[in-house]
Design a protein around this ligand. Structure first.
Ligand code: ZN
Length: 159
């Protein structure tokens, strides 16, 4: 059964409310995560608690339990000059620093002649997300995995 301290392997398909597939492990290795370590969004972790190998779970998760609400404070208009001679397109993503100095990913959402709008919200912020999950394996986490707070090995995190 899925519980804190288990490494869980799942196949998953993630859809938005219009049924568009946003992400899927289909055709890839299953995703390995360490349960109880916030490796995955809280709404999905809650839905998987207590499940067994072979079970299928379908769950629709509100933004508060997924990637949070959209925060307009994370949208910024910056001068085109900041990008120098680089070509910029809507949808491009850049690594940037937020005011606290944390590394964030910003997405270009609008381009004017002299100004570019970038959005530091997670691309899935503000969205209801539906996950269709199949549990393919459950094992005890190693001491290393517990101390690192993530799964190791195929499908997990590598060092
Ligand atoms: Zn590690």
């Amino acid at each position: 059964m899925i519980n804190d301290g288990k490494v869980v392997s799942i196949h998953y398909t993630l859809k938005d409310d219009e049924g568009n597939i946003l992400d899927s492990s289909e055709g890839k290795s299953p995703l390995d995560y360490l349960h109880g370590a916030s490796n995955i969004i809280s709404g999905l972790e809650d839905a998987l608690l207590g499940k067994a190998v072979g079970e299928k779970v379908s769950v629709r998760i509100a933004p508060e339990d997924a990637y949070g609400m959209t925060d307009d404070g994370k949208k910024q208009v910056v001068s085109r000059e900041m990008f120098g001679d680089h070509a910029v397109e809507v949808g491009q993503q850049f690594h940037a620093a937020d005011p606290e100095g944390n590394s964030i990913v910003v997405t270009v959402t609008h381009i004017d002649k002299d100004e570019i709008t970038v959005d530091g919200n997670h691309p899935l912020a503000g969205m209801h997300l539906t996950f269709d999950v199949e549990i393919v394996n459950i094992r005890d986490a190693s001491e290393d995995e517990k101390s690192h707070g993530h799964a190791h090995g195929p499908g997990g995190h590598h060092h």
